[in-house]
Design a protein around this ligand. Structure first.
Ligand code: SF4
Ligand code: SF4
Length: 338
């Protein structure tokens, strides 16, 4: 039997999402990296290490995720992983598009890295490569197989949009054949390239999935996949009026670090200069107000303030003006496991 549970925000653990560079070899349609906001620099190893140390007071309860751009493009990623191991982080994950540059699988050990987390946005070459670029499907699958053969645990991230929601069900046999242990379903958000502008193929209207479609598709597919012993996680997105709304920015400890020194507590804020913390001279200090922390405090009937501000199309109202449902914090997840 599979068990579904809403993963409430943990007061006891911290998640550190560390973008060590913004450069990438791919050019995915929905990429959320915004170089106008986060720069184009690649952090030197000495800075990565110093910034890791800034978060190391509670390292034993901190999950560290190395991100980019494509983090394996950073030649010093193995050295950064070694330093993170020395600092004693609770877990270390490397997110990758599967190209696994700089022979990363030979430069780190399974004992050092808890998961390599691969991004795939379609169960077929055609759909994935339309979104992520030609050749990325085969390369990602080959990367997963190589990582598994070397004894690394693998997870997969699938960002659902109108372009690929029909193929989610086809991920079941693919995940099983690849031996993937965790499957993260994400929802396309209006960040980075998805937020609009000339560079977006399809535009926001065509990429975002409706509430009905999401609810009809995601929980069912997630349960089926979890039935094979794969832990499946997906964002809760919608709360009914009786469910309690909480903003992770107020009650949880998530840090999204960018190579220009900005540190956000909420991923929906990343397209704006409203980060709550910043590295100045390698010291982590509060950023100038107003910033995202001022938004986190606002109680509105619709739930998430940032959703109301940047994704108002997600909201629907009764005739009397009250919202039909609340939008959950984007960091609130449903987890399904055997
Ligand atoms: S692989 Fe990731 S960082 Fe690179 S373009 Fe795609 S979404 Fe952006
Ligand atoms: S997504 Fe909304 S609820 Fe979650 S941290 Fe951001 S502002 Fe708060």
């Amino acid at each position: 039997m599979t068990a579904a549970k809403t993963v409430a925000f943990s007061r006891d653990s911290t998640n550190l999402f560390f973008h060590i560079l913004t450069r990438c070899n791919l050019n995915c349609r929905h990429c959320y990296i915004n170089t106008a906001q986060h720069g184009k620099n690649t952090l030197p190893l000495s800075t990565i290490n110093t910034w890791l140390e800034a978060f190391s007071d509670n390292s034993r309860s901190t999950n560290l995720i190395f991100l980019g751009g494509e983090p394996t493009l950073h030649p010093d990623l193995p050295a950064a992983v070694s330093h993170a191991c020395r600092l004693g982080f609770a877990s270390i994950t490397i997110d990758t598009n599967g190209y696994l540059f700089n022979d990363i699988l030979a430069q780190v050990e399974p004992a050092q890295v808890d998961y390599f987390s691969f991004s795939l946005d379609g169960a077929t070459r055609q759909t994935n490569d339309t979104i992520r670029g030609r050749g990325s499907f085969e390369t990602c699958l080959a990367g997963i197989r190589k990582a598994a053969a070397k004894g690394f645990a693998t997870s997969m991230i699938y960002t659902v949009s109108r372009a690929n929601i029909d193929e989610l069900v086809l991920m079941e046999p693919l995940l099983i054949s690849l031996g993937v242990r965790r499957f993260f379903i994400q929802v396309i958000g209006l960040r980075g390239r998805s937020a609009g502008g000339d560079s977006v193929a399809g535009g926001k209207e065509q990429l975002q999935v409706s509430k009905t479609r999401w609810l009809e598709t995601i929980p069912g597919v997630a349960r089926k996949i979890a039935g094979h012993g794969i832990t499946v996680t997906y964002p809760k997105v919608y709360l009914n009026p009786t469910e309690k709304f909480e903003c992770a920015g107020r009650v949880a400890k998530n840090y999204f670090v960018f190579p220009n020194g900005r540190v956000y507590r909420c991923p929906l804020c990343e397209d704006y200069p409203i980060h709550s913390l910043v590295f100045k001279n390698n010291r982590l200090v509060p950023a100038a107000r107003l910033n995202e922390t001022d938004f986190f405090k606002l109680n509105i009937a619709e739930g998430c303030v940032m959703n109301k501000l940047i994704q108002p199309d997600n909201l629907h109202y009764h005739k009397d003006g009250t919202p039909e449902y609340k939008i959950a914090c984007c960091l609130l997840k449903e987890e399904i496991r055997l």
